[in-house]
Ligand binder design. Structure first.
Ligand SMILES: NC(=O)c1ccc[n+]([C@@H]2O[C@H](COP(=O)([O-])OP(=O)(O)OC[C@H]3O[C@@H](n4cnc5c(N)ncnc54)[C@H](O)[C@@H]3O)[C@@H](O)[C@H]2O)c1
Length: 329
């Protein structure tokens, strides 16, 4: 598969490393408005540098990995799809629901695989959790995201970043939408005490988000944009009418719990960040657009939930995500 990289920052370097780990061919071309970054990553991969997206398209690509700041994703994806290039794009899909809708429509019209990088969907223990929950009713979801975040210059720009809610919280909100089903309403609250000194979009580094689901389930999400002084923790608890489970997320992935007088333990050594790219490349080779871990439709739902949470920060009210209240799973 001939792959190009759009954006040559942190995430792009991780994806180049994933290609090497999978034994795939390295990227053939890299573009980034920061020429020094593009040249550094291209040198590391043995790729060429293209001065812009138009020049990148001249390299006869099958697929591109888009790792630009979030607000610049759609402007890269639309011309790639129009040129017949399949796209793996980092999460969140976009800052605005309008950009997300444009990508969903373009992806459907192209018939090409488009995958969005919510790597926790590729955690094998999540599949085990979904099997456990089959036939049970989810009652409570509680997720904790205390993450050490290295600030990027664009994190404080509302046109490029959706802040703590989108850049970190959307990993959690995406998992919750997958497990809890359609979100009826979202309420988000800012914390008043700074813990890291960062001032991301949304102007707080501590937040809680509560969702109600059309199923009757409720969820709570606690988000902290932490500094290296803190211990990181990413985890999800699920209480259903039949069991109680804990999914530890990053850097180790392990499901524990108890259901019907039976202990549950599922460990997986597979790296989801790499597994999601492998699944995308398999979909490109097979020409099966729906066979990716996160489709644009699914990621657009998460953009809608994040946007509703951001509105709620300002209105103080519970806000509906405004997406179709059907489960796409
Ligand atoms: N899945 C994850 O766990 C994860 C982790 C980190 C970042 N991300 C996502 O990856 C994306 C990039 O984040 P990052 O941490 O790599 O940021 P970064 O700042 O390290 O890299 C972004 C790069 O994009 C370049 N860029 C800006 N505009 C561009 C354009 N129009 N075309 C091409 N390149 C452009 C910048 O010059 C920069 O080099 C974001 O959407 C972020 O949310 C995901």
């Amino acid at each position: 598969v001939r792959i190009g990289l759009v954006g040559a920052g942190w995430a792009a370097a991780q994806h180049a490393a994933s290609l090497a780990a999978l034994g795939e061919a390295p990227p053939v071309v890299v573009t980034d408005p920061d020429a020094a970054r593009a040249e550094r990553l291209a040198r590391d991969c043995g790729a060429q540098v293209a001065p812009d997206l138009g020049a990148l398209l001249g390299h006869g690509l099958d697929a591109a990995v888009v790792s630009t700041p979030t607000g610049a994703h759609a402007a890269a994806i639309l011309p790639l799809l129009a040129a017949g290039v399949a796209v793996f794009v980092e999460k969140p899909l976009s800052v605005t629901p309008e950009d997300a809708a444009a990508v969903v429509a373009a992806a459907a019209a192209s018939g090409l695989p488009v995958a969005v990088g919510y790597q926790w969907r590729a955690v094998p223990a999540l599949e085990a959790l979904r099997r456990e929950l089959a036939g049970q009713r989810v009652a409570l979801l509680a997720t904790l995201g205390i993450g050490i975040t290295q600030a990027r210059p664009w994190f404080t720009d509302g046109a490029l970043s959706s802040g703590l809610l989108g850049e970190r919280g959307s990993h959690h909100l995406d998992l919750l939408d997958r497990l809890g089903g359609p979100v009826a309403e979202v309420r988000a609250v800012r914390g008043g005490v700074r813990v890291s000194g960062a001032a991301p979009v949304g102007s707080a580094d501590v937040m809680t988000v509560s969702c109600t689901y059309t199923s009757g389930a409720v969820s709570t999400t606690a988000l902290v944009w932490a500094s290296p002084e803190h211990a990181a923790e990413q985890s999800l608890r699920v209480v259903s009418d039949g069991g109680h489970y804990l999914l530890a997320l990053d850097p180790d992935f392990r499901l524990t719990g108890r259901s019907g007088h039976r202990d549950v333990l599922v460990d997986s050594a597979e790296v989801p960040f790499v597994r999601q790219l492998a699944r995308f490349l398999a979909a490109v080779r097979a020409g099966t657009p729906d066979d990716v871990f996160c489709t644009p439709e699914q990621a657009a739902r998460t953009v809608a939930v994040v946007s509703a949470a951001a509105r709620s920060l300002d209105t103080g009210a519970a806000e509906p995500p405004g997406y179709e209240l059907v489960s796409p799973w």
